[in-house]
Design a protein. Structure first.
Length: 566
RNA sequence: GCACCAGUAGCUCAGUGGAUAGAGCAAUGGCCUCCGGAGCCAUGUGCGUAGGUUCGAUUCCUAUCUGGUGCACCA
């Protein structure tokens, strides 16, 4: 529909290309102002005429054209040209588009590969509220890019290598025992880790022991690696429990340890390129020219550091997956780190680094206004959040709909959905102050609100016995203002998905889901669907059907399932 | 000190150059004998400050204030 209008305008305007016209065309802020609008300010200068007059000329030109028969009316309002599409034709085009199975999808990705590095918790540490953000955002980006025809590789870059494991081994051998670790898992490992730091303050030689154990790991010592692997297995079991609850999975769990034999090659590449510099006993790449702190490659004891392993991972991924983009979903506090690493890749002669390596930062999570801290106990674990949300939902179900079948399964979908939605609704970059009160409020712009609307759609369709969705309807029935507003909302979906991908911003989809739910509830309150007149019932039922379908698809892009009843 | 990010309604936030800046929360009042009341409707002071670019700026530029984050051997 928009393209047809562009053609009509283009036929009457020489000064602008079709692309320029397309960029200028907008949807008016209010329905009274028409379905599409074209502002003529830009033309005023080129044509040396008042914009109102230009608008009037274009109007006259278009009205004389045969192709314009789908337009009901064109009005000049100030410098704006407002187009009113013949309503039944407009309704038909929107309904038919939304009825398609692949509505919102696209083949623009053309099977090209995108890697997403996200979640990536540190092994032997608890999975807390902060880790939830990268996990949830990364998963949603995976869904969004998949919808656009990309082949997406989900990589969990576990923090599973480094001196902290030397510390853990020392602590385990000194104060731990197998039974307790088996029983309490990561919780016990955390205790051992904290205990190590307390003891090391009194007895610094423990740090040397820790480094020695890590050195053993690097040298392939059987005992060291066996313990390390055990700790890793324990951690993964707990992480997977959380991922299962979230309904998420990864294609690869390739942690830092995977790259431990690949860092020598990185150092060689940098050295061969003449970029490796000595500085304070360490090896660095100087980035002063680019207004950045130097990128540390080797520590003064010759061992590698996370930047080295990130570099190794980039080369490995490029060679293995031949990605067109590699996304890193981490906190904004790591911005400098990724800027440095990406710059080093570029300086090694890889021009693709400039537009293929992308850091996707998100804001800091704090708890009741204070920083998260394991030691001070100011921490909330992801699993507890999810379980608490589910249990609160269960209470609400018991109160509102005690007869509901599959109560537990439904409570899980809604509770998890509430947590996911809460994390995806605002722009990633905003800092988050975690508050139970806010998370457990399920009114208004929330996941449960959208799910509720979906369940309502399901309920309505369920009651229309014998109804089969079909686009063979009387389109003029859906020309009232509430139906039209709902349809316009729904028809935004394809653009919403693309915008979300362009900005790497799932919140665009989440906002859309709420807008759609609000438009539907308005429509629902204004129109009775299950009426006696068959043509009215069929038309409205179809609108319910495409609303339901589009809500479901939008929510799936956020990683959220919609129960049929709740 | 330098760099990056954010400042919009009491609170949480939409709005990436266009028409009278919008939602939700909280508060108050209202809503069909009828398709799900986790819903719908109604009620309000606001773009941190000062310049600049533009026909037009919440949006772009500069300065400034406030808050957050980062600045090599942690990730």
């Amino acid at each position: 529909m928009k393209n047809k209008i562009i053609d009509l305008i283009a036929a009457n305007v020489d000064a602008l290309s079709k692309e320029e016209i397309s960029d200028l065309i907008e949807i008016p802020p209010k329905p009274e102002l028409g379905d599409y609008a074209f502002p003529c300010f830009r033309l005023a200068k080129a044509m040396r005429k008042a914009p109102q007059m230009i608008a009037a000329d274009i109007k006259a030109g278009i009205e004389a054209m045969e192709d314009a028969s789908f337009i009901d009316e064109i009005r000049v309002e100030g410098a704006y040209l407002n187009f009113y599409i013949k309503k039944d034709i407009f309704v038909k085009s929107m309904v038919e588009a939304a009825f398609e199975d692949n509505f919102g999808a696209s083949d623009m990705g053309d099977g090209q590969t995108i890697c997403i590095d996200y979640s990536s918790p540190n092994v032997a540490k608890n999975f807390h509220v902060g880790h939830l953000r990268t996990t949830i955002i990364g998963n949603s980006l995976y869904k969004i890019f998949s919808k656009l025809g990309y082949n997406v590789v989900r990589i969990n870059h576990l923090g599973d290598w480094g001196t902290q494991f030397g510390k853990l081994i020392v602590a385990y051998k000194a104060w731990g025992d197998e039974e307790t670790v088996k029983k309490d898992g990561v919780g016990e490992l955390m205790k051992l880790y904290v205990k190590f730091h307390e003891e090391a303050e009194k007895n610094p030689s423990l740090n040397d022991e820790a480094r020695a154990w890590f050195a053993k790991m690097e040298q392939g010592d059987d005992e060291a690696l066996k313990i390390w692997q055990w700790f890793k297995d324990i951690s993964l079991i707990e992480y997977k429990r959380t991922y299962d609850l979230l309904g998420m999975d990864f294609d690869y769990y390739l942690g830092e340890s995977f790259y431990r034999d690949k860092t020598d090659d990185v150092v060689k590449r940098i050295s061969d390129a003449g970029l490796l510099k000595d500085s304070e006993g360490a090896k660095i790449v100087d980035l002063e020219e680019y207004n950045m702190a130097p990128c540390l490659i080797l520590k003064n004891d010759g061992s590698s550091i996370y930047a080295t392993r990130d570099l190794a991972a980039i080369f490995y991924r490029k060679e293995t997956y031949n990605f067109v983009k590699c996304l890193y979903v981490t906190g904004q506090e790591q911005k400098l780190h990724f800027a440095q690493v990406f710059k080093v890749v570029e300086l090694l002669g890889n021009d693709w680094a400039k537009d293929q390596l992308i850091h996707i930062p998100y804001g800091l999570v704090s708890l009741e206004g204070a920083k998260l801290s394991t030691r001070s106990g100011n921490i909330i674990y992801a699993e507890d959040i999810l379980l608490e949300a589910i249990s609160k939902i269960k209470e609400i179900i018991e109160e509102k709909n005690p007869e509901l079948p599959d109560k537990d399964e439904t409570a899980k979908k809604i509770g998890v959905g509430a947590v996911l939605f809460n994390d995806l609704y605002n722009q990633r970059i905003k800092d988050v102050s975690f508050k139970w009160e806010k998370l457990l409020n399920f009114d208004g712009e929330t996941g449960p609100y959208v799910q509720y609307t979906y369940a309502r759609c399901s309920s309505i369709l369920r009651k229309l016995t014998g109804y089969t969705p079909s686009v063979d309807i009387d389109f003029s029935i859906l020309t009232d203002v509430d139906s039209m507003e709902l349809l316009k909302e729904i028809s935004r979906f394809p653009k919403v998905v693309k915008d979300a991908a362009d900005k790497y911003e799932p919140s665009v989809v989440a906002r859309f889901a709420v807008d759609m739910a609000q438009a539907f509830n308005k429509f629902y309150n204004a129109n009775r669907i299950n009426v006696d007149e068959e043509n009215v019932r069929n038309a409205r039922a179809l609108l319910v059907y495409i609303t339901k379908k589009t809500i479901k698809d939008a929510m799936l892009l956020l990683g959220i399932e919609c129960p049929e009843q709740m």
